[in-house]
Design a protein around this ligand. Structure first.
Ligand code: CDP
Length: 218
């Protein structure tokens, strides 16, 4: 993939982690817009690998094939509308458990974090593995039921009809896989602030997060 140009000064990095539909993407985009920072949805990297593996008729459990795809990922791959399909998300959670795939995507994420004037990255392991030195770390969580409901609404807006109980089950499977894998499991960094978004509006989450982030800015 294209290497980003980055300066020698350490930039301000905001790490946002959490499970599916916890509100990471919405919050991260708002923070990035507000601060004029760069934004990287790291899930799209894993989804892009998964989508190519599926399209090529390959098995997401085959580590060497997934590693090859991850090493040869193209920025064009990150724009595909099919990235957001639940099938792609499920496959992403399988391919992301391969250590070799994670290694292949690590440097790109670290380079991105050094773009000027700063960066917001969201994912599962940003505060723990990708940028452990991030100045601000947020971990979002919410009940499984509300997350499944949010995802259902998101799918409906995209014109995808789904059954809420199926969405909930898929999310549960993905949570289990993401939190129990041996490498980079989903968990808050010791120094992360945890925000439960179950009963909060996107505005309320943003305000809470911004207070914390501004207090941590150099
Ligand atoms: O949008 P959503 O939260 O549903 O998922 P995503 O952030 O697009 O991530 C899709 C899958 O990629 C997750 O279920 C994880 O298995 C994997 N992932 C990861 O392992 N590490 C990351 N930093 C980001 C995503």
């Amino acid at each position: 993939m294209v290497r980003h140009e980055f300066g020698s000064l350490k930039k301000c990095v905001i790490a946002v982690d959490g499970p599916a539909a916890s509100g990471k993407g919405t919050l991260s985009r708002r923070l990035a817009d507000y601060l004029s920072y760069n934004y990287l949805d790291t899930g799209s990297l894993y989804r892009a690998v998964a989508l190519r593996v599926l399209r090529e008729g390959q098995d997401p459990n085959a580590s060497d094939i997934c590693e090859y795809v991850a090493q040869n990922l193209n920025e064009k791959d990150l724009d595909d509308p099919k990235l957001r399909d639940e099938k792609t998300g499920q496959a992403a959670s399988i391919i992301s458990a391969h250590p070799a795939v994670r290694d292949a995507l690590l440097q790109y994420q670290r380079n991105f974090s050094q773009l000027k004037p700063g960066a917001v990255l969201d994912g599962r392991d940003i505060g723990t593995i990708v940028i452990p030195e991030a100045q601000a770390k947020l971990f979002l969580e919410a009940s499984l039921e509300i997350r499944a409901h949010r995802r259902l609404k998101e799918l409906q807006l995209r014109g995808v009809q789904s059954i809420e109980s199926d969405v909930l089950q898929e999310m549960k499977d993905r949570d289990t896989r993401d939190s129990s894998r041996a490498v980079a499991p989903l968990r808050p960094a010791d120094d992360a602030i945890i925000i439960d978004t179950t009963d909060l509006s996107p505005d309320e989450v943003f305000k809470k997060a911004l207070l914390y982030v501004e207090a941590r800015m150099p």
